[in-house]
Design a protein. Sequence first.
Length: 298
Amino acid sequence: MAKTDAILRLTLIVRKLKSQQSTFEEILDFLEVEGEDYGYDFSLSKRTFQRDIQDIASIFSLEIEYDFSRKVYTIAEESPANDRLIEAFDMFSALETKERIPDIMYFEERKPLGLNHLYGLIHAIKNRKAIEFDYQKYWEGITRKRLISPHGLKEFNQRWYLVGLNHEDQKIKIFGLDRLSDLQITKFKFIETDFNLSEYFKFCFGIIRPDGKDDQPEKVVLRFNSFKGRYIKSLPLHHSQKIVKDDEKDTIVELKVYLTHDFKMEILSHGHEVKVLEPSHFAKGIEEELEQTLKQYN
């Protein structure tokens, strides 16, 4: 079977088991129906299905278990990372249907996001290989060569960023993949450190993390009107978000973050639908920013 067919089949099996626990026969029936839409033959033997379970564990990091008493297969445990990966494969599956995609799906025109570098970067991170690449900042017209010990990758606002130790100044730096070119994986291994990507960004909104000794995350209290509050509850601004008050009038949330430019821009994007209650100095900064914006129209 071609690789495309196999990937589609694995994605469909995961989709089926995410929706409900199923017997082997129910999975076969589902694959047969879906195969008609995709134009592929997804039939498989019990032995092939067992290999598919192993492939799903490897690709999606999802463990599929068999309940002998009920004779059903089920997904043991899921995580947000699993969901995002499955979303990507679902998009791939949609684009592989027999339908004429341009007639029913409209894609935004945008520049490449540098995702072609992902495989090489993941390889370098997992094998602790130093990398070298050319990099151009948005505000600079020149390209600079960088030598980096890559530690991880972070997504923000539909873009991917590389997090690594810059060999020149021995500081952690962040690089947008869309501004990275001529990536080379060197033969030099870097020493494994105790750097923890999750801890590094624990109190960050976006990709900016203050590195000053006096920079500390702060408690932020925001009040949203009831309409916007529904969105904020369904899609929290930050993992630390807690609901303080929620009624027909408004929704008040509390979170703990660094007060960075990224976070300020997020608050400003909600306009009159949000008010900063705490801390007062951050509220004052938002007020001044709005006053400067208003002057543009006077």
